[in-house]
Design a protein around this ligand. Structure first.
Ligand SMILES: [Zn+2]
Ligand SMILES: [Zn+2]
Length: 382
C-alpha cells in the first residue's frame, strides 16, 4: 500500500475513533461516510435506514456485499491515545477500524471499476453492538440481489498481517433469556400454604446445568450461564414472584435448537412440579456466525497470497453478521489488529487497534470481492 494512502487511512481512522457514536445514534458517522464516498465519486443509495450507509460500485450481476459495522460503545476511553475519544463513548470494539478499511477498499475498488464485472455493494452497518443493525439493513432491502457477503472483525490476539478463518461456526449463536416465576407468597413459617418461589428458581437453575453436561455431545460444545437472580425482600416472608436471566452460547445450529428446547422443557417441568407459573422471554440476539463451506476455502486460499492465514477457533462472542448468513452465503474472518502478549480484549476501556493492520483488512475486502465476483460470474480464475 502506498505510504500516502496508508497515512490518509490512518488519519481517517483516528478521526472516526475520536468521534464515536453508540448504536442507532451514528448520525455524524453516517454523514462522514457519505461525504467520504461522494468525494470518491461513489454512488450512495437512499435505503430506508435511520443510520448507516449503502453504496455501490459497478453495475449488474452478480452483486457481492462487503460489510463493516460503524457503532461504538458507551464506555469511557482510557487508552491515553492522542486521538482518544472524550465524549463518553468509545470505539472499544474497533468498528472505527472496520469502517476505515471499507472506505479504503472503496477507494481502490473505485479506481479499479473497469475490472468489476458485476456490482460491489458497500454496507456500512449501524447498531451491531445491540444486534439490531443487520436486521435493519435486511429489512431496508440492503441484501436484495446479493449473491454472497464478506465481513470481518478485528482480533487483538492476532498480529497485523494475520487473518483467522474457518469454515462452519466462527462466532457463537447467542441466546439471551429471562424467566419470570410466579409462586404464592406465604409466611416463612408456613411454606405449606404457599408456593415457594425461591425453591422453584434454585431448583430450575440446578436442573438447567444438566443440559450441557448430559445432553450435548462431547464432540460439540455449548455454554449455559445464569447470571442474575432476583427474588424476595426479607427474612420471614416467602416471596410471590422472582426472576432470573442469563445466556446460552452454541456453535452448531442443531445443538442450538436442542439446547433451547431442553431449556424450555426443564423450566416448564420444574415449575409444574411445584405448581408455579413461568414466562420465558428470549432476547433478539444473533444465531451462529456460520461460514459457508464452499466459498470460505476459496477466500482462505486466496488470503494466503497477501497474509498469514490461521485456522482459528470460534469465538464465544456473537455477531449479527449471522443474520446475513441466514439469507446468503457469507464469509466472516478475524483480521489481526494487535497481537501483543496481553492485548486488551474487545469492549475494554484500554482496547487498542494498530494502524499497521489496515492494509491487510483493505486487501481482504478488495481481493475477496474480486474472487467472489469471478466465482458467481462464472469465471474460474479471477
Ligand atoms: Zn463489540
Ligand atoms: Zn465488534
Amino acid at each position: 500500500m502506498p505510504e500516502e494512502f496508508y497515512e490518509k487511512l490512518a488519519e481517517t481512522r483516528h478521526y472516526i475513533h475520536a468521534h464515536p457514536e453508540i448504536s442507532e445514534s451514528e448520525f455524524k458517522t453516517t454523514a462522514f461516510i457519505k461525504d467520504y464516498l461522494n468525494e470518491l465519486g461513489i454512488e450512495v443509495f437512499s435505503y430506508p435506514l435511520t443510520t448507516g450507509v449503502i453504496a455501490e460500485i459497478g453495475h449488474g450481476n452478480p452483486i457481492i456485499a462487503l460489510r463493516a459495522d460503524i457503532d461504538a460503545l458507551p464506555i469511557i476511553e482510557k487508552t491515553g491515545l492522542d486521538y482518544a475519544s472524550d465524549n463518553g463513548a468509545m470505539h472499544a470494539c474497533g468498528h472505527d477500524f472496520h469502517q476505515t478499511s471499507l472506505l479504503g477498499a472503496a477507494e481502490i475498488l473505485k479506481m479499479r471499476e473497469g475490472e468489476i464485472k458485476g456490482t460491489i455493494r458497500l454496507i456500512f452497518q449501524p447498531a451491531e453492538e445491540n444486534f439490531q443493525g443487520a436486521y435493519q439493513v435486511i429489512e431496508a432491502g440492503g441484501l436484495d440481489g446479493v449473491s454472497a457477503i464478506i465481513g470481518y472483525h478485528n482480533n487483538p490476539h492476532l498480529k497485523p498481517g494475520q487473518i483467522g478463518l474457518r469454515s462452519g461456526a466462527i462466532m457463537a449463536g447467542v441466546e439471551q433469556f429471562e424467566v419470570r416465576v410466579q409462586g404464592v407468597s406465604s409466611h416463612a413459617a408456613r411454606p405449606d400454604l404457599g408456593v415457594d418461589t425461591v425453591l422453584v428458581i434454585t431448583s430450575i437453575i440446578n436442573n438447567l446445568q444438566q443440559i450441557v453436561a448430559r445432553t450435548v455431545s462431547p464432540f460439540q460444545s455449548a455454554v449455559l450461564s445464569v447470571t442474575h437472580i432476583e427474588v424476595g425482600t426479607t427474612w420471614n416472608v416467602l416471596p410471590a414472584a422472582g426472576f432470573f436471566e442469563g445466556t446460552i452460547r452454541t456453535f452448531n445450529p442443531v445443538v442450538r435448537l436442542s439446547v433451547i428446547d431442553k431449556f424450555t422443557k426443564v423450566v416448564e417441568s420444574v415449575a409444574a412440579q411445584f405448581g408455579a407459573e413461568i414466562a420465558i422471554k428470549w432476547g433478539n440476539s444473533p444465531k451462529v456466525t456460520y461460514n459457508d463451506e464452499i466459498i470460505t476455502p476459496l477466500i482462505s486460499e486466496q488470503a494466503k497470497s497477501y497474509s498469514e492465514v490461521i485456522e482459528t477457533l470460534p469465538s464465544t462472542g456473537g455477531e449479527d453478521f449471522a443474520a446475513y448468513q441466514e439469507q446468503v452465503p457469507g464469509v466472516f474472518a478475524f483480521v489481526g489488529s494487535n497481537g501483543a502478549d496481553h492485548a486488551p480484549d474487545w469492549h475494554h476501556d484500554d482496547f487498542i487497534v494498530r494502524d499497521e493492520a489496515l492494509p491487510t483488512a483493505v486487501t481482504y475486502y478488495v481481493e475477496s470481492a474480486f474472487k467472489l465476483l469471478g466465482y458467481y460470474g462464472g469465471e474460474s480464475d479471477s
